[in-house]
Design a protein around this ligand. Structure first.
Ligand SMILES: [Zn+2]
Length: 122
């Protein structure tokens, strides 16, 4: 975790992505906010899809299923039934879709779904 944070701070995009997503899965609201900052930066740099693909490649060598990642099941998007973003995707989130009009929090909720699927966290 510490190595990852250092790598993230040094500017490695994949490390930023993984670190940001771990923060987004956190139970601590402050950490989640920090995670949002990381993810927004990566999104602005247009690196989300690239990072996803890289992380997918090395995920098996990482801490898959070692229990390090514990999901916070409270969605970032609190608008539940009224939000359009929540009902767009069924199953695994479509990796290429990054609709700017989508509610941002719902967008990250989908990213969290993907991330947890990747790391076998349910
Ligand atoms: Zn939403």
């Amino acid at each position: 975790m510490t190595d990852l944070k250092i790598a993230a701070l040094e500017g490695h995009m994949e490390a930023k992505y993984v670190f940001g997503m771990i923060l987004l899965c956190s139970h601590d609201d402050e950490l989640r906010k920090q995670g949002l900052e990381y993810m927004r930066f990566i999104r602005k740099s247009m690196c989300i899809i690239k990072c996803r693909n890289r992380v997918k490649q090395f995920v098996d060598h990482l801490w898959k299923g070692n229990g390090m990642l514990v999901r916070n099941r409270i969605p970032l998007c609190r608008c539940k039934n009224t939000c359009k973003g929540r009902r767009v995707k069924k199953g695994v989130w479509s990796f290429l879709d990054d609709d700017i009009n989508l509610c941002e929090y719902s967008r990250w909720d989908h990213e969290i779904d993907f991330f947890n699927w990747l790391f076998d966290v349910y």
